[in-house]
Design a binder for this molecule. Structure first.
Ligand code: GLN
Ligand code: ZN
Length: 766
């Protein structure tokens, strides 16, 4: 029984690769230094896996930025605009590579980066390959061969090269012109794959891992057929290679028969996301195929329940025999942090329930050892699982009972929107085209330094709070002076919109070093929700009521919604996600009610991540959207009719879930529209979106200052499509990452634009 690892986190135990890359970009370290850091890291990672007795150790899972970008370079899919980068003296392949990832703005060149998007339903972002109708491919990079040889030397045996399979590579890319479908490029792409694989075969490779995660998506018949064409050709060219078709994140479902027809040695399936598929897979598996069982969760940080995994493994062994079974993580370990041993501050009871990447390798090994008779591993594991199952740290009857008692009425405002709108407009007396912002104002280095000092203990809590209060008041004066209508306090007390709440809620813990790659050199350190979530005290009231006390204008309270908190954390695997979402929803609901009591009349509950949680298969969308929308409604429906609830969304395209967004029934939604202004507005129009809308009138992701005229032209578009009295005027996201200078200029133009619209509609600027 082979232990088959699919991939390992590459930034390094102490994020060495991140710092080396960033220093290389700044010109602070040489190319050779960067390469040395990378080579040392890879060797370390291979040795770690060998020490854990992993049989199939991946290579080429390493990447300086992203694996899809690596593939694009490998097969020569380089967009034309990067050609000049190659001609700059001194530039090497790596500079072309980073130019594609990050854009290139020197040597008199100004070339934009390739698009980046989320890797399935993870928080990892990949670079989207670009294709043209006359696209050509050619073998361009030697990275995979170099890494293969290096690993061979370190391990004294052949590693397992990892490639994104040709069908996933094409389907996850994008056509950059009309008139063709990217799958039609397969016949041009296959010869290059053949070349790569033949070379690997020649170099001594035995196993190769072909990642085809699109087998977990809804794909067309034509795309299904492409699989057979591709793998028949590749197998014919390299009959000695043992291909493992690797799927993850979803069950194969109607694509199972496609996978089982392929001339490959093994199939990998994700049994954490979709254990229910095992019976069918075992039943239909042809006798020449082995099965790699993804039983260790590659997407979460919990200890594996050996009993559950053994049940699946033993079932497979009984059906197809030991020789054809492999033990594996559900997907690449890229999505879990490096090593739990670094977490010296975690409570030991809680730490004992967890496993990071390094510990997951050990788990694979122990599962095999147990099957070989070493049952003491099983005992130790089950005692940890049992301690978690019954721990009073996790289970709080009052929280569970409250969730169980949620009624439909709890998920509904008292009156329907038209009535609320009337009450609110009488109370708030806002002008037409009211202006507001999304919540945060620039988090300068200075603001961040106060928090760092407070955490280190070099300033007291009182001193810290005084500094934040002063900055908040300054920010309010600026907003008043700009003449914004609904003000915000600026969020200077927050490090991050999820962490800030997690730190104050029961049921969360935080790590010191639990980084996972988000994109390129950027990582996130998600909070861990380990237990029932409860709000022990007010979380934001102090800041919001202070802010309201220094101004006569309306102050908007600022909360993060339950779905976003859930989505950006490592969550419990011992209860459905919906259950955890409802627990968070109740905590946020109580906070909203507390804000209302403290005199806050406009409350925003941000849900930027609501779309990210969508299942990969459309057939499962409704089930998710039903509870996600309900969780939001539970969080927002505790307040009175006269309290205006806003929500905010960004980072995704929302056209296809518009009706569910309407069902959230927020009094106003501010939404990112900068990328496809008209399209999104039309989607609002199409469903007759009933409530108020603030389509972002400028893009905050760049320092560019929009002109008053630009803003007016967008507002004119918006008020032609939507009822003008429902239109808000705001930027498209928070201003946290911007500088004050551009923020000031942009917001003044925005207010001027709103005033122009007012005078047009009501004959005066107020
Ligand atoms: N209120 C948050 C802010 O303004 C919203 C951030 C977000 O949408 N990601 O920063
Ligand atoms: Zn946003």
């Amino acid at each position: 029984m082979l232990l088959n690892n699919l991939g390992y986190p590459r930034v390094g135990p102490k994020r060495e690769l991140k710092f080396a890359s960033e220093n290389y970009w700044k010109g602070k370290v040489s190319r050779d230094d960067l390469f040395k850091t990378a080579a040392d890291l890879r060797a370390y990672i291979w040795k770690t896996q060998a020490a854990a007795n992993i049989d199939l150790i991946p290579c080429n899972d390493f990447s300086f930025y992203d694996i899809m970008l690596d593939m694009a370079l490998l097969v020569g899919a380089i967009p034309e605009r990067y050609q000049p980068v190659n001609k700059v003296a001194g530039n090497a392949e790596i500079d072309l590579y980073f130019a594609m990832a990050r854009g290139y703005q020197k040597d008199g060149l100004d070339i934009v980066a390739m698009e980046m998007t989320k890797w399935f339903d993870t928080n990892y972002h990949y670079i989207v390959p670009e294709f043209k109708a006359n696209q050509t491919f050619s073998l361009l990079s030697t990275k995979v061969f170099d890494e293969f040889k290096a690993a061979q030397q370190v391990l004294n045996r052949a590693p397992k090269p990892v490639l994104i399979g040709p069908i996933s590579f094409l389907l996850l890319g994008k056509e950059k012109e009309k008139g063709f479908h990217r799958i039609d490029l397969l016949s041009k792409l296959l010869p290059v794959y053949t070349q790569i694989l033949s070379q690997l075969q020649k170099d001594g490779a035995q196993w190769v891992q072909m990642d085809e995660p699109v087998l977990g998506l809804d794909i067309s018949d034509k795309e299904k057929q492409a699989f057979e064409v591709a793998y028949t050709a590749l197998f014919k060219a390299c009959p000695k290679l043992k291909f493992i078709i690797t799927t993850y994140f979803e069950e194969l479902d109607d694509n199972l028969s496609v996978a089982l027809k392929l001339p490959v040695t093994a199939l990998h399936v994700d049994l954490v996301r979709a254990p229910q598929q095992l019976d069918k897979v075992l039943n239909d598996l042809p006798s020449h195929m082995s099965l790699s069982l993804g039983v260790i969760d590659g997407r979460n940080i919990w200890k594996n329940d050996y009993k559950k995994s053994l049940h699946l493994i033993e079932k497979a062994i009984a059906k197809i025999g030991k020789e054809r079974v492999m033990i594996a993580p559900s997907c690449s370990l890229l999505h879990t942090p490096f090593d739990l041993d670094f977490e010296i501050e975690l409570k030991s009871e809680i730490k004992n329930w967890m496993a990071f990447s390094k510990q997951k390798l050990t788990e694979m090994n122990e599962l095999r050892e147990i099957l070989n008779g070493k049952t003491n591993y099983l005992e130790a594991n089950q005692s940890a699982i049992e301690s978690r199952r019954t721990s009073p740290l996790i289970h709080r009857q009052d929280v569970k009972q409250r969730v169980a008692a949620i009624t439909d009425a709890d998920a509904k405002r008292k009156s329907p929107f038209p009535k609320r709108q009337e009450i609110q407009s009488k109370k708030l007396k806002l002008p037409m085209f009211p202006t507001t912002t999304i919540g945060s104002f620039p988090q300068t280095a200075e603001v961040r330094s106060w928090r760092a000092k407070f955490k280190k203990g070099t300033i007291t809590k009182e001193e810290y709070e005084q500094l934040v209060e002063k900055e908040t008041e300054r920010c309010i004066r600026i907003q008043e002076e700009m003449d914004l209508d609904v003000l915000v306090h600026g969020e200077f007390e927050r490090n991050d919109m999820v962490e800030y709440f997690g730190e104050q809620l029961d049921g969360f813990v935080f790590t010191l070093n639990g980084w996972v790659q988000s994109y390129g050199s950027r990582g996130v350190k998600p909070p861990i929700i380990f237990g029932d979530v409860k709000r022990p005290f007010d979380m934001t009231v102090r800041w919001s009521s202070y802010a309201q006390s220094v101004t006569k204008r309306w102050m908007k309270g600022m909360l993060t919604g339950p779905v976003t908190i859930l989505q950006w954390s490592f969550v419990r695997d011992d209860q459905p996600r919906s259950e955890t979402a409802y627990q968070i929803a109740l905590a946020i609901r109580d906070e909203a009610v507390a804000l209302e009591k403290a005199g806050i009349h406009v409350i925003q509950i941000d849900e930027p991540a609501i779309r990210e949680g969508l299942p990969l298969r459309r057939s499962k969308w409704n089930e998710y959207l039903n509870w996600a929308v309900k969780a939001f409604r539970v969080s927002s429906s505790g307040v009175r009719d006269e309290t205006q609830v806003h929500t905010h969304m960004c980072y995704s395209e929302f056209n296809d879930i518009m009706e569910h967004i309407a069902a959230m029934d927020a009094d106003a939604i501010t939404i990112e529209t900068s990328r496809s202004q008209m399209e999104l507005l039309e989607a609002f129009e199409k469903i007759n979106y009933p409530n108020e809308i603030g389509p972002g009138v400028y893009d905050i992701h760049s320092p560019r200052i929009p002109s008053k005229e630009e803003i007016i032209s967008l507002l004119e578009k918006a008020s032609a499509i939507l009822p003008p009295r429902n239109v808000w005027v705001n930027p498209d996201c928070g201003l946290k990452t911007r500088g004050w200078k551009e923020t000031d200029a942009a917001l003044r133009n925005m207010v001027a634009g709103a005033k122009y619209m007012r005078s047009k509609f009501c004959g005066n600027g107020n």
